[in-house]
Design a protein around this ligand. Structure first.
Ligand SMILES: [Zn+2]
Length: 170
């Protein structure tokens, strides 16, 4: 039997589509094995590929649509996981610090200009922590030293997505 290259490709693609989980699992195992033999295997190349991939506007749109849909579908599950994460013992101090900061800004919202520290926007503001002090005095110092400040939703996400920070201009 002669298999045309094209039809073979198509068949492979179809199989991958229908067996996505399996395909991803094989791919991961294959890469892991290669990497065990050679720790630098494809690392640079992979990083470059990822960067290109995540910069593509179509891909970004697709991912964001998918994520929105996923969030709507699994809202309860995600919220529960988030709560669990916030209450892990290792995050206890961070939460204490967030509490102190929230209470402070509720009381003195004008202590610093109410605008995004990066883009000066005024919509969907959140508080960003570079540090997590656990006393009020330290918190006030941190705010004065611009270690705790307002960021808009979009700038806040960008700053926490350090891996993709190439797209983030300060
Ligand atoms: Zn902003």
């Amino acid at each position: 039997m002669v298999i045309k290259k094209n039809s073979n490709n198509e068949r492979c693609e179809k199989w991958r589509e229908n067996n996505r989980e399996k395909y991803l699992k094989y791919k991961r195992e294959w890469t892991r094995e290669k990497r065990l033999k050679n720790p630098e295997f494809k690392r640079e190349e992979t990083i470059k590929k990822c960067q290109k991939y995540y910069k593509d506007p179509d891909i970004r749109k697709k991912r964001s649509d998918y994520m929105k849909k996923y969030y709507q579908k699994n809202k309860e599950k995600i919220k529960k996981k988030q709560l669990e994460y916030y209450h892990l013992p290792k995050n206890k101090e961070k939460n204490k610090s967030r509490g102190i900061t929230d209470r402070f800004f509720n009381k003195y919202p004008n202590f610093i200009p109410i605008m995004c520290f990066k883009c000066k926007g005024t919509k969907k503001l959140e508080i960003h922590h570079d540090v997590y002090p656990i006393t009020l005095e330290q918190t006030i110092m941190a705010i004065k030293n611009k270690k705790i400040y307002y960021l808009c939703f979009s700038c806040h996400r960008k700053i926490h997505r350090k891996y993709y920070s190439i797209t983030f201009k300060t």
